[in-house]
Design a protein around this ligand. Structure first.
Ligand SMILES: Cc1cc2nc3c(=O)[nH]c(=O)nc-3n(C[C@H](O)[C@H](O)[C@H](O)COP(=O)(O)OP(=O)(O)OC[C@H]3O[C@@H](n4cnc5c(N)ncnc54)[C@H](O)[C@@H]3O)c2cc1C
Length: 559
C-alpha cells in the first residue's frame, strides 16, 4: 500500500477517493489539495441555489475540511493550487493562493480529480460585466448578487444542455424572462431530435424563448443599460444577465505538462483501474476520458455518478484491490418546469455517426401508472436495440412522473448486457398508484420483442414524406378529424375486419393510431389476411414529435 497519497481536487471524484482510501488504509497519509475555498460541495445543486430553491448556501457543503480531519484523519488544504507534477522525483509543486508561497510535496501515489472548466469563447465583449459561468459556489453567489443588485429582469442563457436548461428553469421561476440560444437545432444534445421536440414545446409553454440553430457571436454594452447578445443570425437579444453554459473542457494542464497521455477527446487517458500512463498516478472524474459502455468509444462524460464511482475504483486500485470501472453510459436526468427528461446508453445520432446499422427503434407512450388511478400521465419513450440479439443500446424518456425510474431500470439492464426479452420478463413493482401490471419497461420489451420475433414490421418515420404506401389511421373518426398524418385515410379499427376488401393487396399499408396499440391490433389482422402492412411506432403522438422535421427536410439533415 502506498504510504503517502496526494489528491488534486477535493470535490466529487477527489473527495470520494479520499474517503474510500481511508476506509481501506488506516495507516496511509492522505492530503487533498483544492484551489477553491471549499471541498466536497454540491455542484449539482448550484442552479437551485441561484433559483432560491436552496436558500441557505451552507446546505451546498456536503463535507468540510474539519469533517475530513475529524472523521477520516484526512488533511484538506483549500486555496492551494497544484501547479506542477515532477514525476521523476514523485513530487508536486503547490502554490498557497493566499500568500503566493510555493512548496513541494512528495507522494507515493497521486490522484488527479481536477474536473473541467466551463468554456468561455474568445468573442467580442466576453469580459463585460453581467456574463457568468456556473461551476463553483462563488460563481453562484456572484450570480445571485448580480440578480439582486441589478434587478435583473431579462436573462440570456447560451447553451441548451442540461445545466443551461436547469438555469433557464431556475431563473424563470424567479420571475426573470429567459431566452436560450443554442447552436444546434435542438435542446438537450443527449436526446434525439424528435425526443427533444416535446421538451422544446414545454419550454416555450413555460415562457422560455428558444433561439435554436443560432450561434453566439458576441456581446455589447447597451446604451439603455444592460447587455446586448449578438448571434450569428443577426439577432440582438437584450439581457441584464448572461449565463454561459456551452460545455466544459477537461482540466488537463498539469497532467499534460507532466507528459501524461492525453486522449483524442482531450481528456487524461486512464485504464480500467483509473491509472494514467504513469503507474504512480491515477485520474478520475470530468478530466478523464472513459470508454462508452455501449459503443466502446472513448469520450468525456462530465457527470457526478461516474466521477464518484471512479474515485472509489482509484482508491481500491491504489490499495492493490481488484476494482475496475465498467465505462460510462451517459445516464442522466433533468427536471424542467414539471417535466422530467431522462436518458441512458447510446442515442440514435451516435449510432448513425458510428455507422452502426443493425439496430431498431420503437416509440411508446404508456401512462406512468394505470389510467383509472387519478393523476395518470404519459411517459414518452424511445428504445434502441440490436436487431441480431435484442441487446438494449439506449433509451430516452420524458413525462411528468415516473420517468427516471424507468430509465434507471433500463440503465441497469444495459450494464448487464440485457436484451429486450429481459425487459419483457422483468418483474417490477406494481400497485395502481405506481405503475401497471405491464409496466412501461415491460411494454417496451414486449413491443421490441414483437419486432424481433417478426410479429410486427415497422415503418420508418423518416421515410414518411416519400413513401408510396397507403397510410391508414385506425382511430375513431372524431380523433382523426382532430388531427392526422398528412395523406392518411381513416378506417376505424372496429370496422376494419368488415372492410378489408377496400384495402389494396399490391401496395404496402402503413398503419397508425394514437400511440401504436390499436394499429398493432390492426397490423396483426392485416398480416394474417395476407396484406403487406407495417406499423408506425408510437402512432400519431410520435408523428407530432417528428412533424417539424418531416415537412421541412430537417429529418434527412439530422440523419
Ligand atoms: C451547475 C452544475 C450542475 C451539475 N448538475 C449535475 C447533475 O445534476 N448530475 C450530474 O450527474 N452531474 C452534474 N454536474 C456535473 C458534476 O458536478 C461533475 O461531473 C462532477 O462534479 C465532476 O467531479 P470531478 O471530481 O471530476 O470535478 P469537480 O467536482 O469539478 O472538482 C474538481 C475540483 O478540483 C479543483 N482543482 C482543479 N485543478 C486544481 C489544481 N491544479 N489544484 C488544486 N485544485 C484543483 C477545482 O477547484 C474543483 O474544486 C453538474 C455540474 C455543474 C457545474
Amino acid at each position: 500500500m502506498a504510504k503517502r497519497v496526494l489528491i488534486v481536487g477535493g470535490v466529487a471524484g477527489g473527495a470520494s477517493c479520499a474517503a474510500r482510501l481511508r476506509r481501506q488504509a488506516e495507516d496511509a497519509e492522505i492530503v487533498v489539495f483544492d484551489r477553491g475555498p471549499y471541498v466536497s460541495f454540491a455542484n449539482c445543486g448550484l442552479p437551485y441555489y441561484v433559483g432560491n430553491v436552496i436558500k441557505d448556501e451552507k446546505k451546498l457543503l456536503v463535507a468540510s475540511a474539519e469533517l475530513f480531519k475529524t472523521r477520516f484523519n484526512i488533511e484538506v488544504r483549500t486555496e492551494h493550487e497544484v501547479t506542477a507534477i515532477d514525476r521523476e522525483h514523485r513530487e508536486i509543486e503547490v502554490k498557497r493562493l493566499l500568500t503566493g508561497e510555493v512548496y513541494r510535496e512528495k507522494y507515493d501515489a497521486l490522484v488527479l480529480s481536477p474536473g473541467a472548466n466551463p468554456i468561455r469563447p474568445e468573442l467580442p465583449g466576453i469580459d463585460l460585466p453581467g456574463i457568468f459561468v456556473l461551476r463553483t459556489i462563488p460563481d453562484s453567489r456572484g450570480i445571485r448578487l448580480w440578480i439582486a443588485e441589478q434587478k435583473v429582469s431579462r436573462a440570456v442563457i447560451i447553451g441548451g444542455g442540461l445545466v443551461g436548461l436547469e438555469m433557464a428553469e431556475n431563473l424563470a421561476t424567479r420571475g426573470i424572462s429567459v431566452t436560450v440560444v443554442e447552436m444546434l437545432d435542438q435542446v438537450l444534445p443527449p436526446l434525439d431530435p424528435e425526443m427533444a421536440e416535446p421538451v422544446q414545446e414545454h419550454l416555450a409553454k413555460s415562457g422560455v424563448s428558444l433561439h435554436l440553430s443560432d450561434a453566439l457571436a458576441g456581446f455589447e454594452q447597451s446604451s439603455t443599460g444592460g447587455l446586448v447578445v449578438k448571434t450569428a443570425s443577426g439577432a440582438l437579444l437584450p439581457a441584464d444577465l448572461v449565463i454561459l453554459s456551452i460545455g466544459v473542457r477537461a482540466e488537463i494542464k498539469i497532467a499534460k505538462d507532466a507528459g501524461l497521455t492525453i486522449g483524442e477527446r482531450g481528456g487524461i487517458r486512464v485504464d480500467e483501474q483509473m491509472r494514467t500512463s504513469d503507474p504512480a498516478i491515477w485520474a478520475v472524474g470530468d478530466a478523464v476520458e472513459t470508454r462508452n459502455f455501449v459503443t466502446g468509444e472513448w469520450g468525456l462524460v462530465p457527470l457526478a455518478g461516474p466521477a464518484n464511482r471512479q474515485g472509489r475504483v482509484a482508491a481500491d486500485s491504489i490499495c492493490g484491490r481488484e476494482a475496475y470501472f465498467r465505462g460510462v453510459q451517459g445516464t442522466a436526468v433533468c427536471g424542467l418546469f414539471g417535466m422530467t427528461v431522462a436518458t441512458t446508453g447510446a442515442n440514435e445520432k451516435t449510432l448513425r455517426r458510428l455507422g452502426i446499422t443493425g439496430y431498431q427503434k420503437i416509440y411508446l407512450h404508456p401512462g406512468q401508472h394505470v389510467a383509472y388511478y387519478p393523476g395518470a400521465s404519459p411517459i414518452h419513450m424511445k428504445l434502441l436495440f440490436a436487431m441480431d440479439d435484442g441487446r438494449i443500446l439506449g433509451a430516452q424518456a420524458l413525462g411528468q412522473d415516473g420517468v427516471e425510474k424507468r430509465i434507471d431500470v433500463i440503465a441497469m439492464a444495459i450494464q448487464n448486457g440485457a436484451s429486450v426479452f429481459d425487459l419483457e420478463e422483468a418483474e417490477l413493482c406494481y400497485a395502481p398508484q405506481f405503475g401497471a401490471a405491464k409496466d412501461p419497461v415491460n411494454m417496451a420489451g414486449m413491443i421490441a420483442g414483437n419486432v424481433l420475433r417478426g410479429d410486427v414490421s415497422l415503418a420508418e418515420w423518416e421515410a414518411l414524406p416519400n413513401t408510396e404506401a397507403l397510410l391508414v389511421d385506425v382511430r375513431q373518426p372524431e380523433e382523426f378529424a382532430a388531427g392526422h398524418i398528412e395523406g392518411a385515410i381513416n378506417l376505424p379499427l372496429p370496422q376494419l375486419r368488415s372492410r378489408l376488401g377496400e384495402l389494396p393487396r399490391d401496395r404496402e399499408i402503413w398503419l397508425n393510431c394514437g400511440v401504436g396499440q390499436r394499429s398493432y391490433y390492426a397490423l396483426r389482422m392485416l398480416l394474417q389476411h395476407g396484406f403487406k402492412a407495417r406499423n408506425l411506432s408510437g402512432g400519431f403522438t410520435t408523428y407530432k414529435h417528428f412533424r417539424p422535421r418531416l415537412h421541412d427536410g430537417a429529418a434527412a439533415a439530422s440523419s
